[in-house]
Design a protein around this ligand. Structure first.
Ligand code: G4P
Length: 297
């Protein structure tokens, strides 16, 4: 069984090839019911949080891309990603925790469906309901998004006889309904870099890749792209940082320095690697290290 698993067995859901095939089938079925697909990505790792087959799966269906958790990501890079993805589909920065920009989604759906609606109207079909579904890999915020949008709008519209039994739809705008269960897609399994990005953001459980390794690799990226954030968060002076950076294993030396600053020490002077690792990972995930985007367009 073990060797049949995909390379990254640690995502919150276990993705076996059989499971992936089943998921693909289910989503293909749900897609038949909808006019628009909302693809949810994690704004901190827009590339790594993308399912590799998404466009093949949804084929020619109209799509909107949401860069969710935009509140946790770096504002400047957010703008660049919007520009990048907008070439492919309308792209919106959202925060499903507070609901920021969620109301823009329904407006955007209306926009991209305008031509279709007029065509239908010309044929005498007015007020056609536009059906929408949301897809994305685990942990990007699909449930949060659905809960948010459900709260903002009226409650579920109930079963639709003749559509599919037990499908629940949530009204999200004038003549718009959202499928209340998201399409949960498998993540990319393609490279070490992707695996690490998924580990940094908590999509892969911490015990799959060792926590100390996750923290080490995260710190490496932060030293390169968010040096200032490290200095601020751990009250490290420029001199201290330069000293560390001049050492041969600078990343590990920085981990040790953070350990000292934070009192993550065992038996006198030895740094508790596991504890420092937890601190760094937790500070990143809770944005105590600031707004950080790990991938640039
Ligand atoms: P999923 O359905 O795609 O698997 O994701 P889910 O909504 O369960 O969200 C995963 C985690 O991400 C949750 O945190 C959720 O609160 C958080 N989250 C979702 N969207 C956003 C967002 O736009 N901004 C921020 N800051 N967080 C977001 P959790 O730690 O698992 O739970 P909790 O913090 O809600 O208790």
């Amino acid at each position: 069984m073990e060797d049949k698993k995909e390379k990254l067995p640690g995502t919150r859901i276990q993705w076996y090839p059989g499971h992936m095939a089943k998921t693909r089938k289910q989503i293909e079925q749900d897609l038949k019911l909808v006019d628009v697909v909302i693809e949810l990505l994690d704004a901190r790792i827009p590339k790594s949080s993308r399912n590799p087959e998404i466009n093949k799966l949804i084929n020619n269906k109209k799509k909107i891309i949401l860069l969710n958790k935009a509140d946790m990501a770096d504002n400047e890079t957010n703008k660049k990603w919007v520009e990048f993805f907008s070439k492919e589909a309308p792209t919106i920065l959202t925060d499903s925790k507070t609901g920021r920009n969620i109301d823009k989604v329904s407006k955007k759906i209306e926009e991209i469906m305008a031509d279709e609606i007029s065509r239908q109207a010309a044929r005498g079909r007015i007020n056609k309901t536009i059906r929408v579904m949301i897809v994305g890999i685990p942990n990007v915020g699909k449930s949060s998004f659905i809960n948010r949008i459900a709260k903002k709008n009226s409650l579920e519209v109930g079963n639709k006889p003749g559509v599919t039994k037990a499908k629940q739809w949530i009204r999200i705008g004038k003549n718009q309904e959202l499928l209340d269960t998201p399409g949960v897609l498998w993540p990319k399994f393609e490279s070490n870099e992707v695996a690490l990005n998924l580990a940094f953001t908590g999509t892969i459980k911490d015990d799959i890749i060792e926590r100390v390794e996750i923290a080490y690799e995260l710190l490496k990226v932060l030293m390169r792209d968010y040096r200032k954030n490290i200095l601020e968060r751990y009250k490290i002076s420029e001199e201290e940082m330069l000293e560390v950076e001049n050492l041969s294993n600078s990343v590990y030396e920085l981990m040790k320095l953070i350990g000292q600053k934070r009192g993550a020490i065992v038996s006198g002077k030895i740094i508790d690697d596991e504890k420092v690792a937890r601190i760094i990972i937790e500070d990143f995930r809770s944005t105590k290290l600031g707004n950080i985007t790990l991938e640039k367009p």
